[in-house]
Write a protein that binds this ligand. Structure first.
Ligand SMILES: *[C@@H]1O[C@H](CO)[C@@H](O)[C@H](O)[C@H]1NC(C)=O
Ligand SMILES: *[C@@H]1O[C@H](CO)[C@@H](O)[C@H](O)[C@H]1NC(C)=O
Length: 396
């Protein structure tokens, strides 16, 4: 365990485990998540001198330190109030930053070029996360925040807020908790009680569609309006003082295609045929998964099985999967079964669990089974469980 940081996804998973649990059901709005994020003083590596020794030896061994590691270590030094080290790492990170007009972020050198299965303008999870760590490191200056740190922070915030999804989160639970903590700290660091008022006017052609007023009483409130004619031409005008964040979101359905997805996924109901009365009520869902992407193997991967209407998973059969070598954890909710896998390689892994009918539903629709890389959510595969033992004979 000398060089924990080499295997960055797992150390990072450990570090943030408590975040993960405290925000495990990602709520729908920014405000409610923000309240659940614990204060940074709970991150323990910043206080541990042994950890610093290890970090240093990792640095010299590894030579060129990964941007992700640097960002994480810069924040750890910031929390430990090692101002010189924080400064040195931030200066070095600055040289590797991707600087666009008015915004700054960080990318991984060995950036995964995921094939575009669908339009996906958002940054990969790992980049949101490391950029957030740099932001946290900038905002944790000691003894006081410098003007230079605040200026750097504001450029990072501009990039980060563009990656936020319409529900206030990012790609995964992990990048969401780190990014929201960083954005919340920025909010707290720049807060002023000055009674600023801004109005945002939304127009389509010449017609005013909506007008929002933002003041002290509703500055944390998310205000929304639906844009009925799509496609259409819309524009916004902002007047007043302060900083207002506007976002548009367009939702549409995509046709699921196995195609060149980096995961191979096979899903079947077992038995395949309607053998007797019991298969009406209970059968197994069997899944084969392997990784076929460009890397030797995936990171931690999640298989998400959405239940068929009227069917519920037999909890004991899901729990039993925890005995299999790659399964780290299982979760059962009302209509999903989640399997957390250590990693998926080109060797096929097989899983199966039992479902039983709770209420009879006619003309069942196929159930969606998805697998995705937890740290590279752009890499995923999906399959529909379209036929089940008695699918053609159910109901009167
Ligand atoms: C999984 O793979 C095995 C071996 O190739 C095969 O027998 C089985 O039917 C597969 N299961 C599914 C759900 O496709
Ligand atoms: C899986 O990958 C390893 C190397 O990573 C390779 O040696 C092996 O042939 C591959 N197996 C299959 C079934 O593709």
């Amino acid at each position: 365990n000398q060089c924990l940081l080499r295997s960055q996804p797992s150390i990072n998973f450990l570090l943030l485990l408590f975040y993960f649990y405290s925000a495990s059901s990602v709520p729908g709005t920014v405000q409610s998540i923000v309240r659940q994020v614990p204060t940074p003083s709970k991150v323990s590596i910043g206080r541990d001198n042994d950890a610093f020794m290890r970090l240093r030896s990792c640095r010299s061994e590894a030579g060129d330190v990964h941007v992700y590691t640097k960002a994480l270590v810069a924040y750890a030094f910031a929390l430990a109030r090692r101002e010189e080290k924080r400064r040195a790492l931030l200066d070095s990170l600055d040289k590797e930053a991707v600087k666009d007009v008015g915004s700054v972020h960080w990318q991984r050198p060995e950036k995964q070029q995921t094939d575009h299965l669908f339009y996906r303008p958002r940054a990969p999870s790992a980049e949101v996360e490391m950029t957030s760590y740099v932001l946290l490191a900038h905002l944790t200056g000691w003894p006081a925040l410098s003007w230079a740190d605040l200026t750097a922070a504001s450029l990072i915030v501009r990039w980060l807020s563009k990656q936020q999804n319409p529900n206030g989160g990012f790609s995964s639970t992990q990048d969401t908790v780190v990014a929201l903590q960083a954005l919340a700290l920025y909010g707290a660091s720049t807060y002023s009680r000055s009674g600023m008022v801004a109005t945002v006017t939304l127009r389509s052609r010449q017609d005013i569609q909506a007008r929002f007023r933002i003041d002290d009483t509703n500055r944390l409130l998310l205000q929304r309006v639906a844009l009925p004619p799509v496609p259409g031409e819309y524009g916004t005008q902002v007047a007043g003082q302060g900083c207002v964040y506007t976002q548009t979101s367009l939702r549409y359905n995509v046709h699921i295609q196995q195609g060149q997805a980096p995961f191979m996924l096979q899903v079947h109901a077992v038995p395949k045929t309607c053998a007797g009365a019991s298969t009406h009520r209970t059968f197994d869902i069997a899944i084969n998964v392997s990784y076929t992407g460009k890397r030797p193997a995936s990171n931690m991967a999640i298989i998400d099985v959405k239940m068929l209407s009227g069917f519920i998973p037999v909890k004991s059969s899901v729990k039993k999967l925890q005995g299999q070598s790659q399964v780290k954890r299982t979760e059962v909710s009302t209509n999903h079964v989640l399997l957390y896998l250590e990693q998926v390689s080109n060797v096929t892994q097989s899983y199966s669990f039992t479902v039983e009918q709770d209420v009879s539903v006619q003309r069942l629709k196929p159930a969606l089974v998805k697998v995705y890389d937890y740290y590279e959510t752009g890499e995923w595969g999906a399959r529909l469980l379209g036929s089940f033992p008695c699918s053609h004979k159910s109901g009167p």
